[in-house]
Design a protein around this ligand. Structure first.
Ligand code: ADP
Ligand code: 5SP
Length: 513
């Protein structure tokens, strides 16, 4: 039997999955690392920790399974988008990884929006103007970290860094490049205007290549450590979001992929870039004539993680004693509360928010608290709030690409039966979820199949997606959501004017160092 390894560089962990050529999973490793958020708006990762996670994850998967090293046809990559590392002339990092969740470049994104340059650049790059993107991060480095900016000979994202360390190449796939805010999606090259305003020379950036491009020449020490043949092809692959659409087979018109990982997103594939006159949606490259259009949210599973770590310490310890995953224990607790959390509404904007409100100053809140509400209600409201938010993104996306005909979902949230059902209930539409929810890693493996000529089109997804389950909306639940959703959306608008004030307060008074 032959295998392909799919590696997904996520925000808080790297997943390594061993697939056979039919898409069946034969091995899995998940290596966690911290997201450093020491001060408000900061969200960094350590490139070395991620590199080690890749080495150890691949080694574990190869060792644990009976995959002899010569049966591995390729290693292919998926990666979180928008990451940026500045490096010196010897390719030594001068910064940690600035991630999509890092909002420190907020002012530079706002300036671009107000002076009109932003809209012009968005129309060519397809990346919404926002601190998430390297475009704004570069302007922030230039203005606020001049020593680093002056010393930086190279800039790259985390996937490019991993490739550079493993194979000594400096290339970026079109998909990751198209999420940087400085890449012209119409000629698949760096955008001159974006280079001019950031002051970058194209030599400072990796060479753009197709996701199906690959290289060989793994450095001997890493080949030995990961127990891989030195000539195994490393396929560049693409971004996690675009690959996730491929991995859940949401590639036909109208089929929407909803992801809740650390972040979240709602996406649909189109045959050409779609530019929203209001600048609210992204268009990222997946393949020739395949573009992924959608809205990203900051506040996906990371908000459940916050609730677990800050409100449920005792339950975390109990879960540990019982040998259970704390998330499972917590979703059991939330399941005991009725749909709608007895009228408690939670806005999940702990990390500011991108789609649908595009406001980095947005902050979270509970609304409707009474004496009746318990921590269990708050927990259920947290899970519901994350889904309400994604539903509002879907409504906004409808304006740009039309109504969804089917919904496929994926991401860490899919481990919870309660959360899966909640998605179908809030959306009031059947939701299909593959049993194997590592859809970005599967997408990466399928890109490798195309790269190696094993398949010639992505039509194969129908077969390799494996077993799926469809969740039907439950009438006993969706009545509550129908009533609460309009209140959630109205509140959103009413709170808007206060977000800036509270965010300003926090920037001035909370953890200033
Ligand atoms: N058993 C579980 N039940 C519910 N949610 C879970 C469970 N395990 C993980 N999650 C959610 O999935 C999120 C991680 O998603 P995942 O897609 O694995 O991560 P990444 O964004 O790093 O790729 C966590 O923050 C958590 O909210
Ligand atoms: O934020 C986005 C895209 O805008 C995400 O697609 C990131 O790329 C991170 O993904 P996860 O780690 O949350 O899965």
């Amino acid at each position: 039997m032959e295998f392909i390894i799919g590696v997904d560089l996520g925000t808080t962990s790297t997943k390594v999955v061993l697939f056979d050529l039919e898409g069946q999973v034969h091995g899995y490793a998940n290596k966690l690392y911290p997201l450093y958020q020491d001060i408000p708006d900061m969200a960094e990762e350590d490139p070395e920790e991620i590199f080690q996670a890749v080495l150890e994850g691949v080694r574990e998967v190869v060792q644990k399974t009976d995959a002899a090293r010569d049966t591995i046809r390729a290693v292919s990559f998926s990666s979180a988008m928008h990451s940026l590392i500045a490096l010196d002339k010897d390719y030594q990092p001068l910064t940690r990884v600035l991630t999509w969740a890092d909002n420190r470049a907020e002012q530079y994104a706002t300036d671009l929006k107000t002076n009109g340059i932003g809209q012009a650049i968005y129309a060519k790059t397809g990346t919404p103007i926002h601190p998430m993107a390297p475009l704004a991060k570069l302007l922030w480095l230039k203005a606020e970290k001049p020593t680093i900016y002056q010393a930086a000979a190279h800039y790259m994202g985390i996937k490019e860094y991993v490739f550079y360390r493993l194979l000594g190449v400096n290339k970026v796939d079109y998909s990751i490049a198209s999420a940087m805010g400085i890449f012209n999606i119409f000629n698949l090259d760096w955008d001159e205007q974006a280079l001019a305003i950031t002051g970058l020379k194209r030599e400072q950036l990796p060479t753009p290549v197709a996701p199906t491009d690959y290289v060989t020449g793994l450095k001997p020490e890493y080949a030995q450590f990961m127990q891989l043949a030195a000539d195994v092809p490393f396929v560049f692959g693409a971004s996690d979001g675009t690959l996730s659409n491929l991995g859940v087979n949401a590639i036909k018109p109208g089929v929407v992929a909803v992801t809740i990982g650390t972040s979240g997103a709602v996406r649909v594939v189109t045959d050409k870039p779609v530019i929203d006159p209001k600048g609210r949606t992204f268009t990222y490259y997946l393949d020739q004539n395949m573009w992924v259009v959608g809205g990203p949210v900051n506040n996906g599973g990371v908000v459940f993680r916050w609730a677990r770590d800050n409100m449920f310490d005792a339950e975390k310890s109990t879960a540990k004693l019982l040998g259970m995953d704390a998330y499972d224990l917590l979703t059991d607790i939330a399941a005991k509360v009725p749909a709608g959390a007895d009228g408690l509404i939670f806005h999940p904007y702990l990390g500011g928010e991108r789609a649908p409100i595009w406001d980095a100053n947005a902050r979270g809140s509970f609304f409707g608290l009474t004496q009746k509400h318990t921590r269990a209600h708050m927990l259920r409201a947290v899970l519901e709030g994350i889904v309400y938010n994604l539903y509002s993104v879907t409504l906004a996306l409808e304006e740009v690409v039309g109504k969804p005909t089917a919904i496929q979902a994926t991401g860490g949230f899919a481990r919870s039966a309660l959360w899966r059902q909640m998605l179908a209930d809030v959306f009031e539409q059947p939701v299909t979820i593959p049993d194997s929810f590592e859809s970005s890693a599967l997408g990466a493996a399928v890109v490798a199949m195309k790269a190696l000529g094993i398949i010639d089109s992505y039509e194969i997804m129908e077969k390799v997606i494996g077993t799926t389950k469809t969740y039907q909306p439950e009438p006993a639940n969706y009545g509550a959501y129908r009533d609460l959703m309009p209140i959630y959306i109205r509140l959103d608008r009413q709170l808007k004017s206060e977000y800036e004030a509270i965010a300003d307060y926090q920037r001035k008074h909370v953890n200033k160092n």
